[in-house]
Design a protein around this ligand. Structure first.
Ligand code: ADP
Ligand code: MG
Length: 624
């Protein structure tokens, strides 16, 4: 025998992982069978894919299948596949380390997931190590498709594993799980069959359990929609999505022109990024004529649809397309466009059919659609229909569609207005909405940091411009309805001479801070407000850019704003007099008005200066 056994330590992360798998996950250990079957199927898919382009494959005659053999007396569970196999180096690399190398956060998240719901482990790809949930010792015999000598990997899952040469193996992998004393049930046919039916019915290779094929090998997505039951869809979703619940939405569609496509897409119930698991990987697999070309494909859908699970199959793609060339394949780009448009259309239809259900979707996945608007020009028109915002006419917490806004627009209104704020109450108490209230014009509330970027990128909807209400050049037209009409006492406006004097004094006093001081045509009650002379940047956007500059260690450079003052406001009128009689105090008041307006715009002021000045003013008011 040339065979020589070498002993290797597991990578530190792998040890921790094994510890979690063995000690925390044992309650749901049925899933180890699913993990091993899924690896076997992956290996078969990889082989099938290679065999399309490579000739003279080792053991080419072997049928592509998965075989499970049980030994009730010796208490073993053995699973074999005729897939791609592993060389000695691959056994070491794949089964001795975790791909997510050095990731302690990964382990923390995994431990957390294990505590919450063991079905989440599939999402993490701990895969193979699940064998140690049921096995006290696990042996992996494998021979690579390149025909190099086979090897056996063996471990009890504690600290190390051994590798030795193993003669006479066929191509593929055989994993022998020597069952723990309390796991002997996995040596029983009925038990294993039940688990396969539950988790692995849709594996696209025959699974032979003690000589008998126990799954139905079929590509569900190529079947006629009317012949597929709800249960089959739900089971399939759990299979492709590694999910424990039913999906929120499902779209099964087929097209022949311009391209032959079969797609089956699911929206899950949870957003794993929200749940704090980091960025999710794409969840849609790309097939070509039922052959898996690219699992969890990054290319078949835009990145912002990474929350979707499912399958896309196109007969028009060349079968021998390599994974590298997927990136810039023109045909694939076409398929992606067709599917994306179809999916967005489906969402729009669902939103109309059942608005409440759509809002549920929007609450959980809306952030991805917003990401789509800001990162992808191609689908803006479709996405514009799907985004939702609260507004001055919506109920609190019930966002509306841009289309609803447009439908409610008064005659002659050509613009969709919005204003950002931390919440409804803050916006409604602020200066920006008063003129809209007065003119009875609806205004959208952008409550999330990304929202202004979204509307800014979108630019317009159905030919109506989207404009932030804090723009300096906003023109709402003359306020035709007099205050008397609305039953309010008419506020006397400052005469032009005094207001001109006040404006030039304010400009001088606040020269360091403001770009322009302007007599407002739109303020109703508030004394002043900050508006943005740069038509594209809103205060909310500026605040976020400032934060991101700070995070990068760059000094935030705030562009100077315009200050609009309300000539009918009593404080402003009084300020005009004060400026003549007590200039130092007038200056403090002017600066305080400016700071207050900045705060209402959500912008940063220097809190120390503000508090000091505020006390000065309070002292005076209190007669100190
Ligand atoms: P994942 O399947 O998410 O990659 P696993 O822990 O399940 O993670 O498997 C680790 C790696 O081991 C796989 O990526 C694959 O390279 C290899 N592997 C596992 N099982 C097999 C098998 N039956 N045949 C060939 N390679 C396998
Ligand atoms: Mg796996």
């Amino acid at each position: 025998m040339t065979s020589q056994t070498t002993t290797h330590e597991f990578q530190a992360e792998t040890k921790k992982l094994l510890d979690i798998v063995i000690n925390s996950l044992y309650t749901e250990r049925d899933v180890f069978i699913r993990e091993l079957i899924s690896n076997a199927a992956d290996a078969l898919e990889k082989f099938r894919h290679e065999s399309l382009t490579v000739e003279d494959l080792f053991d080419a005659h072997m049928p592509l299948e998965i075989t499970i053999d049980l030994d009730k007396d010796k208490h073993t569970f053995a699973i074999s596949d005729t897939g791609i196999g592993m060389s000695r180096a691959e056994l070491e690399a794949n089964l001795g380390t975790i791909a997510h190398s050095g990731s302690n956060t990964f382990l923390t998240q995994l431990a957390e997931a294990a505590r919450k719901d063991v079905n989440l482990i599939g999402q993490f790809g701990v895969g193979f190590y699940a064998a140690f949930m049921a096995g006290q010792r696990v042996r992996v015999q494998s021979r690579s498709w390149d025909g190099s000598e086979g090897h056996e990997w063996a471990s009890d899952g504690s600290g190390s594993y051994t590798i030795s040469e193993e003669k006479g193996l066929h191509r593929g992998t055989r994993i022998i799980v020597e069952l723990k004393d309390d796991a002997h049930e996995y040596g029983e046919k009925w038990k294993v069959e039940q688990i396969i039916k539950q988790y692995s019915s849709f594996v696209s290779f025959p699974i032979k359990l003690e000589g008998e094929v126990v799954n139905t090998v079929q590509a569900l997505w190529t079947r006629n929609r009317s012949e597929i039951s709800e249960e089959e869809y739900a089971e399939f979703y759990k299979f492709v999505g590694n999910a424990a619940t039913d999906p929120m939405y499902r779209l099964h569609f087929s097209a022949d022109v311009p391209l032959a496509i079969n797609a089956l897409l699911f929206v899950p119930r949870d957003n794993f990024e929200h749940l704090g698991f980091g960025r999710v990987d794409p969840g849609v697999n790309l097939y070509c004529q039922r052959v898996l070309i690219d699992q969890h494909s990054k290319h078949i859908l835009p990145e912002w649809l990474r929350f979707l699970k499912g399958v896309v199959d196109s007969e028009d793609l060349p079968l021998n397309i390599s994974r590298q060339s997927l990136q810039d394949n023109a045909l694939l780009a076409k398929v992606r466009r067709v599917i994306t448009k179809r999916f967005l259309k489906y969402l729009d239809e669902e939103a109309k059919k059942d608005p409440a259900a759509y809002l549920e979707f929007w609450k959980i996945f809306g952030i991805y659609l917003k990401e789509g608007v800001t990162s992808d020009y191609e689908f803006q028109k479709e996405l514009g229909k799907l985004i939702r915002f609260e507004s001055s006419r919506s109920e609190a917490g019930i966002p509306v569609a841009l289309a609803e806004y447009v439908e409610r627009m008064g005659e002659g209104q050509e613009t969709i207005y919005y204003i950002s704020g931390p919440n409804r109450a803050a916006i409604e108490a602020g200066p920006y909405v008063e003129m809209f209230r007065r003119r009875d014009i609806e205004i959208l509330y952008t409550l999330e940091p990304i929202d202004d970027f979204v509307l800014n990128h979108l630019g317009e909807f159905e030919g109506k411009k989207l404009v932030s209400a804090d723009r300096a050049d906003l023109d709402l037209g003359e306020d035709k309805r007099s205050a008397e009409d609305q039953g309010e006492p008419q506020q006397e406006t400052m005469d032009e001479g005094s207001s001109a004097v006040l404006v030039s004094w304010l400009k001088k006093t606040l020269a360091e801070k403001v770009k322009e001081v302007i007599i407002s045509k739109r303020l109703v009650d508030s004394p002043a407000m900050i508006v943005n002379p740069d038509g594209y940047m809103t205060s909310s956007m500026e605040r976020i850019m400032a934060v991101s500059r700070l995070e990068k260690g760059i000094a935030p450079e705030a562009g100077k704003k315009n200050l609009e003052i309300n000539p009918a406001n009593p404080l402003i009128k009084r300020l005009a007099e004060l400026q003549k009689s007590d200039e130092p105090f007038a200056q403090a008041v002017a600066e305080q008005i400016y700071d207050n307006a900045m705060i209402q715009a959500g912008l940063v002021v220097d809190p120390l200066t503000l508090v000091e000045r505020n006390y000065k003013i309070l002292n005076r008011a209190a007669g100190v």
